[in-house]
Ligand binder design. Structure first.
Ligand code: URA
Length: 434
């Protein structure tokens, strides 16, 4: 079959066969399809979309492009959690230890920060000594011993995704629902999991700005999982303001510690507990979701989630004392206060602006090669709905180098919308799919 015919048919909205989709994935991965034809194909998908069958074929072939991790020697039901990308989203570091403490085996294959969104691996690596480059054998051993291990995606897992994602990034085809769904699910399905809870973010700080698109993405990912006999559920959650107060790697680890000691922000605690409960239920530790919620809460209140995270930090070579003594984490050297120009109510905090500002002073990266400053970031002092006085502190920027601080401060200031009346309260968990 000729690649040009595939592009032509997809451009005209036709449904491609599994063989045709496999030919595209294989051809692009092995270099026989050039970038210009792959780009045209991706743009055709961007505009024409894909049916559920097509997106499953695409995902399956991307999984087959590399190795599948064999976790059959590890006891227990394996459940992972994945977020589509948010700002201040440190729920993985809270929900995973809670679920593991409750008896679920949690192989966490996590990502890095990119653009304005953060990544679990970078947050963890702000802990001195902690390694996320475990070998697969170390990963399996740690899972068997501690029920939780964190690693990054290796080059062997879904290599087709790595190639296609890099091309999407350069051809304005990232924000396509079937392409995002297949990209995320191919990596998850190659990781030897039994079940996955997905946190699909919607709002200013997310890929999906509209709930209807977030719902379609969630439905597509749940459908892909089901067709491959995996239990998959998705929550659609609000990303119209950062989650919790801290944005930035070491700052977020500090907030994780507070939250696992039941002294964290309400929104972060609530979402982390719900994600943990769903992991516990998907992991078949409890018969009902209500029992799973009770168990997750118990593991928070009795400190066993907190102890589990310490145990896992030590197992991966990090110093667990960082969770008690924050001075052992990288700390910023400078701080700038951003204050409110007028009195009123906080009606919105643009999470994308906050994420961009934090990345600009070193907490994130523009390209995969950029390095991260683990100490820097933003701490919000207020959340949506709160009242502020003129001159009241909205947030603080923490930095180690002066470059970009003025620009970041401006961006952060622009992120806060202040109204004269209290805004209507918004739900954090908007929908459950699956
Ligand atoms: N995360 C991924 O892994 N892939 C996408 O396409 C978007 C977010």
């Amino acid at each position: 079959m000729r690649t040009v015919d595939l592009i032509h048919r997809k451009r005209d909205g036709e449904e491609l066969s599994s063989e045709e989709i496999a030919a595209f994935v294989d051809g692009y991965t092995n270099g026989t399809i050039p970038d210009y034809q792959a780009s045209a194909f991706l743009m055709a998908v961007f505009f024409s979309g894909m049916t559920d069958r097509e997106v499953s074929s695409l995902t399956e072939r991307m999984v087959q492009s590399g190795e599948t991790v064999d976790l059959s020697s590890v006891p227990g039901v394996k459940v992972d959690k994945h977020s589509t990308g948010g700002v201040g989203d440190k729920t993985s570091l809270i929900a995973a230890p809670l679920a593991a403490a409750a008896g679920v085996t949690v192989p966490m294959i996590s990502g890095r920060a990119l653009g304005h969104t953060g990544g679990t691996l970078d947050k963890l690596e702000s802990i001195p000594g902690l390694r996320t480059d475990l070998t697969l054998d170390e990963f399996r051993q740690q899972l068997a011993q501690h029920q939780l291990a964190f690693i990054g995606q290796s080059a062997e897992i879904a290599p087709a995704d790595a190639r296609i994602y890099a091309l999407r990034d350069a051809t304005a085809t990232v924000e396509s629902i079937p392409l995002i769904a297949s990209s995320i699910m191919s990596k998850k399905l190659a990781a030897g999991l039994d079940a996955i809870i997905l946190d699909v973010k919607v709002g200013a700080g997310a890929f999906m700005k509209r709930q209807v698109d977030a719902r379609r993405l969630a439905q597509m990912m749940v459908g892909i999982g089901r067709r491959m006999d995996k239990r998959v559920q998705a929550l659609i959650t609000d990303m119209n303001q950062p989650l919790g107060y801290a944005v930035g790697n070491a700052l977020e680890v500090m907030e994780v510690s507070q939250t696992l000691q039941n002294a964290g922000p309400t929104d972060l605690t609530r979402l982390s507990l719900e994600l943990a409960a769903r992991m516990i239920h998907l992991g078949k530790v409890t018969a009902t979701l209500d029992e799973a919620r009770e168990l997750a809460t118990k593991k928070l209140l009795d400190g066993s989630g907190y102890r589990k995270l310490k145990e896992v930090i030590a197992a991966q070579g990090g110093n667990p004392a960082v969770l008690d003594r924050f001075e052992l984490l990288p700390n910023a050297t400078g701080a700038r206060e951003i204050s409110s120009p007028r009195p009123g109510y906080i009606s919105a905090i643009d999470a994308e602006y906050i994420g961009q500002a934090s990345a600009m002073i070193g907490a994130g990266r523009d390209t995969k090669e950029d390095s991260i400053d683990p100490a820097v970031g933003v701490i919000l002092e207020v959340k949506v709905g709160q009242k502020v006085d003129a001159g009241g502190v909205l947030c603080r920027l923490y930095y180690t180098r002066e470059d970009n601080v003025d620009e970041a401060a401006q961006l952060v200031e622009d992120a806060f919308r202040i109204s004269s009346t209290a805004p209507e309260s918004r739900e954090l968990i908007l929908e459950v799919v699956g």
